[in-house]
Design a protein around this ligand. Structure first.
Ligand SMILES: Nc1nc2c(ncn2[C@@H]2O[C@H](COP(=O)(O)OP(=O)(O)OP(=O)(O)O)[C@@H](O)[C@H]2O)c(=O)[nH]1
Length: 547
């Protein structure tokens, strides 16, 4: 358990203590109200019944979360009984007394504090030092395969260690875990001990190593064998280096993603704090809004991936809040999950029809809460990414990259920092398509996209502007510095070997750079970079020109 995990455990225990304390303080009042309710001479019993029903409702939704599921169930039964009573179904006094006694007994069991079991993080926290360069290990009896992979991955800056002997691989993996292990199973039996080594490596929580299998052919049985070994990718010979690189880039991008952000809207301060701790413990970021009328402010600054909404709150209900959220186009894609002790299925369905995507019934176990929220957030991120990203390269699409450039121009205007816009176009690309086919052409495009992502900063904007044309925005960068960066990428790119039908070939690009003039429009700035690109083509291609 890490220091921060221990800290969360301590906070959870403290919170549970406070909850118990509050319950013990409230207990005499609840008991007194129950006494008044059972007193037949009391004519104002209806309003007391309503108050108590609300109290039991809250207790039903929270006691389970704080480790007292029995108490929660008893409160739920009492809530339902009071509900029936209020709706004219007689006065089951003796039964109520009996149930109340059970509840008191149950509460006295919980005066000692048992720590909750800890949930392992579902999401590895972002490593600030993380780069887009991967460490790859390949195990193959075929030494040439290792060599091919090394030369294909070198331009991307990936380090490849090649192994032909199992013992050497085992020793290396024990001391230094790679990001990706490529296992060549084409025509080879797995060496003795490999299966258990893989199990050990892939189960390790601290390790994020991914296994790729190189198989003989593509078939369901081959895929199944790979999956059962724990593989995250399957390739056949001859290795398509561009496809492997793309897969590695996706993995690295996934790891570099910011943590999922969850907004919790619940008027119960302690319960909301408990959910927050559980979500943070699972490696996500959580923000609590206790006052539903302040939810819009919470949304603006936080940009959540998922909103967890309590259903019953004073001033405004969960479904009403959900409908307000849906007024704004920018929040249309954010999943809304209701969190409520509501067990009336018709009311749950009504809430979903109004707005919202799912219902979680309180009490929910900590692990189920973390996993449900995580799965929702993951899916929402994937969909949001797909909507703005080009499917071949994973880069921003034409309209989005232009929008992002406009944002950067506005930022540069405020900060008075230099901003460079780059237009980049593959040379003689029509010939590549004509000679090697469209699929190979696609591999060239995605390799260039990967290289750009890998060599540029996280703050740089990279988009696929047209078929074989890319638009970049490099903030806080001088024109000369930008020229040397793009020229470095140009040199790396021309060194990448692509496999054509029989021979391998190389490809180049030309680029035009312009320093952004913040008094000009986005289109005018792009035009100047485009004119420089035209100049680069005119001057012989495979070069970088400045506007
Ligand atoms: N494979 C593939 N080809 C594409 C894609 N988008 C555009 N192209 C091709 O890219 C080629 C671009 O050709 P041109 O604009 O004539 O330019 P070029 O041959 O690259 O020559 P220069 O730019 O003058 O160096 C066309 O043949 C398009 O079909 C794509 O997504 N995949």
């Amino acid at each position: 358990m890490t220091a921060s995990q221990q800290d969360i455990q301590a906070q959870l225990a403290a919170l549970r203590n406070s909850y118990l304390l509050r319950l013990q303080q409230d207990w005499p009042e609840i008991t007194a109200q129950a006494g008044q309710l059972l007193d037949e001479s009391n004519t104002g019993w209806q309003s007391i019944a309503k108050t108590l029903k609300q109290r039991f409702h809250t207790l039903a939704g929270s006691a389970g979360t704080f480790g007292m599921p029995q108490l929660g169930q008893q409160a739920k039964a009492l809530e339902m009984e009071l509900d029936a009573w209020l709706n004219g179904g007689g006065r089951p006094e003796t039964e109520l007394k009996q149930q109340f006694l059970h509840m008191v007994q149950e509460l006295s069991h919980h005066t000692s504090n048992k720590p909750e079991a800890s949930a392992a993080p579902l999401f590895q926290p972002v490593d600030d030092e993380f780069t887009r360069k991967a460490h790859i290990a390949i195990f193959s009896k075929d030494a040439d395969l290792g060599k091919q992979l090394t030369s294909a991955m070198d331009p991307f800056g990936h380090q490849v260690d090649s192994f032909q002997e199992f013992d050497a691989l085992k020793a290396a993996l024990t001391s230094d875990r790679p990001d990706v292990l490529i296992l060549d199973m084409s025509g080879n039996r797995l060496p003795q001990g490999m299966k258990s080594l893989l199990q050990q490596l892939l189960i390790d929580e601290q390790s994020s190593m991914v296994l790729f299998i190189v198989g003989k052919k593509e078939s369901f049985n081959h895929y199944l064998t790979a999956v059962r070994l724990g593989a995250g990718g399957y390739f056949i010979k001859p290795l398509d280096a561009a496809a492997i690189e793309l897969r590695i880039q996706r993995l690295l991008t996934q790891r570099q993603q910011a943590r999922f952000r969850i907004l919790i809207v619940d008027d119960d301060v302690m319960l909301a704090q408990h959910y927050q701790l559980i979500i943070e413990q699972a490696g996500m970021e959580a923000k609590v809004v206790n006052d539903p009328t302040k939810m819009l402010i919470g949304l603006q600054g936080f940009q959540p991936d998922v909103i967890l909404l309590d259903v019953n709150m004073p001033d405004c209900t969960g479904p009403e809040l959900a409908q307000i959220i849906r007024f704004k186009d920018e929040w249309l894609g954010v999943p809304i999950v209701y969190l409520s002790s509501e067990t009336d299925s018709q009311r749950q369905l009504d809430a979903l029809v109004k707005a919202g995507d799912d219902f979680i019934s309180k009490p929910i176990t900590d692990q189920a809460l973390a996993v449900t929220v995580f799965a929702r957030a993951q899916r929402a991120r994937q969909l949001a990414e797909m909507m703005t990203r080009d499917s071949l390269t994973g880069l921003l699409q034409h309209a989005t990259v232009k929008e992002r450039l406009s944002d950067e121009i506005a930022k540069a205007k405020r900060s008075k920092q230099e901003l460079i816009v780059v237009m980049l176009d593959l040379d003689h690309f029509k010939r590549v398509n004509d000679q090697y086919g469209h699929l190979v052409g696609d591999q060239v495009i995605s390799s260039l996209a990967n290289l750009l992502q890998q060599k540029l900063r996280k703050t740089d904007v990279i988009g696929r502007y047209g078929g074989e044309e890319f638009l970049l925005a490099l903030p806080d960068c001088s024109l000369q510095k930008a020229k040397s960066i793009i020229d470095g990428i140009r040199q790396s790119f021309q060194a990448i070997p692509f496999s054509g039908q029989e021979q391998s070939f190389q490809c180049t690009f030309s680029a035009g750079l312009a320093r952004v003039d913040t008094s000009q429009s986005t289109d005018e700035n792009i035009d100047r970079a485009d004119q420089a690109l035209y100049q680069a083509k005119h001057n012989g291609r495979n070069r970088v020109e400045l506007a």
